[in-house]
Design a protein. Structure first.
Length: 194
């Protein structure tokens, strides 16, 4: 799929994207579960966070509410419109761009966060190498990924191998609990921290 086709596909998804419990985090219990999960692995606020493939900005806003300085990037202009509206009054900025090669300064982020994006990149290894370049010394990667019932995605072992190939350590925490997804799941979903 070309970049234009991918952009159009995500633009078409934008209006209903937050309807999924783990996308919009509208349920206070699900939102709290994601907040607690992420905060347990983040440096203290006001660390600078790059949220790559940020979609409608739900995680960006969640972290901005906790005092983080967040820069979100997404290929879809429609997603960015929604993210910008959602972030009004918070320390989060958004730009249309390619998550695989974001127009962000190398070495300027304490955290690179990405949820369900790495698997979809044309070249996950190259994208991940670029993400590592964005990190300041001591910076962290937080990657939420999965290998879904649809057959799409990346298995935890594959993501771990990609991260280790960049010279970084990797710790995987599987996320089978329904509280993160708003339903029971039977596929593989996880957080990788590096």
């Amino acid at each position: 799929m070309s970049t234009e086709e991918t952009r159009a596909a995500w633009d078409a998804e934008a209006a209903g994207f937050d309807d999924e419990p783990d996308h919009g985090l509208r349920d206070p219990l699900i939102r709290a579960a994601w907040r607690d999960l992420l905060l347990a692995h983040l440096p203290p606020a006001p660390a600078r966070v790059a949220d790559l493939g940020c979609g409608t900005g739900t995680l960006s806003v969640l972290l901005a509410e906790e005092g983080y300085d967040v820069a979100g990037v997404d290929l879809s202009p429609e997603m960015i419109v929604r993210a910008t509206a959602k972030a009004a009054g918070h320390n989060a900025t958004f730009a249309v761009g390619d998550a695989a090669d974001p127009d962000l300064a190398a070495g300027s982020f304490d955290v690179v966060l990405s949820r369900h994006v790495l698997w979809a990149l044309p070249d996950p290894a190259a994208g991940l190498a670029r993400w590592v370049e964005l990190l300041a010394p001591g910076g962290r990667l937080l990657l939420v990924e999965g290998c879904w019932f649809t057959g799409s995605g990346l298995a935890a072992g594959d993501t771990e191998a990609l991260v280790r190939a960049t010279g970084r350590d990797a710790v995987v925490r599987h996320l089978p609990e329904p509280i993160y997804w708003g339903k029971e799941i039977d596929d593989e979903r996880y957080l990788l921290v590096s």
